[in-house]
Design a protein around this ligand. Structure first.
Ligand SMILES: C[S@@+](CC[C@H](N)C(=O)[O-])C[C@H]1O[C@@H](n2cnc3c(N)ncnc32)[C@H](O)[C@@H]1O
Length: 264
């Protein structure tokens, strides 16, 4: 069964058959100043996007059962994603060692983390190197962690700015990071349980004085449920992270991206 969760919260206006829902459109559009309509068909698993570029209130019409539709209003933020369609909005990079190049690009496109030039990312689970390649290409510095090796393209194309720790992240202690540039962000892209990994990541982050946030891919294993997302959010909140967001990844249907940072 597919796990579905909301990208952003909206208000349900009403439910009903198709003609009833259509009769509500004009009035809703006027009342909320909506500039575009998005159609989502959960039965056929298809969608027809309205204008996704502008910010502001939009209408969603969602087919939730064969004859039942829901009409809602939500605030659209520029960069909201369409549902999973197997296509990445990030152009592919032939030299990047893996599709995680696009995956991390999608996270950046959605969350727009406030990262300064030359800031340092600890890229946990970096091999074969797609995410690292994305970060280096965008001018950031990377400390990669993985028991497996990174493909040659990474060092060939970026002779500077990359350090590799050939180890298991569970064995990583702050003493191993002493003498290295201070870490500003963590990227975590490991095929493991997010709930199992997050506590140790939060502990590590609490010891890294300059670390402001985490971008984590979460695999939708068969037993993953909406309650697990709530638990991840609670863990982050209890560790003082005030901005906690999640997004689907348009190119990957079996995972989503979890983003936490501190906002002053
Ligand atoms: C989905 S791949 C990561 C893809 C990578 N981010 C890229 O851009 O190419 C998962 C990686 O996690 C690594 N991994 C698994 N267990 C790990 C651990 N305990 N510590 C660090 N890396 C681990 C695997 O070796 C594998 O390279």
């Amino acid at each position: 069964m597919t796990v579905t969760f909301s990208l952003v919260k909206g208000s349900l206006i009403d439910k009903g058959d198709k003609s009833y829902i259509e009769s509500l459109i004009d009035e809703t559009q006027k009342k909320y100043g909506c500039h575009t309509i998005h159609y989502w068909d959960l039965v056929e698993e298809s969608g027809e996007m309205g204008d996704r570029k502008t910010r502001g209130p939009v209408i969603d019409i969602i087919r939730i059962d064969s004859e039942v539709y829901a009409l809602g209003v939500r605030q659209q933020v520029r960069g909201d994603f369409a549902p999973y369609n197997g296509l990445s909005p990030i152009p592919s990079e032939p030299r990047a060692p893996s599709l995680s190049y696009q995956k991390l690009g999608e996270c950046f496109k959605c969350f727009r983390p406030l990262v300064g030039h030359e800031e340092v990312f600890l890229d946990i689970g970096c091999a074969p190197g797609g995410s690292t390649y994305f970060l280096l290409k965008n001018g950031f510095r990377v400390i990669g962690v993985d028991p497996k090796p990174v493909n040659n393209e990474v060092r060939e194309d970026f002779p500077e700015g990359f350090l590799f720790l050939n180890t298991n992240y569970a064995k990583l202690k702050t003493k191993h990071l002493r003498g290295l540039p201070p870490i500003n962000w963590i990227v975590f892209d490991v095929d493991t349980s997010a709930k199992g990994a997050l506590p140790s990541l939060l502990k590590l982050m609490s010891k890294l004085e300059e670390c402001v946030g985490l971008i984590m891919t979460v695999k939708l294993e068969q037993n993953f449920s909406i309650y697990d997302i709530v638990e991840l959010e609670e863990m982050a909140k209890n560790s003082g992270y005030s901005e906690i967001r999640k997004s689907i990844l348009p190119s990957h249907d079996k995972e989503f991206c979890f983003f936490i940072t501190k906002v002053d």
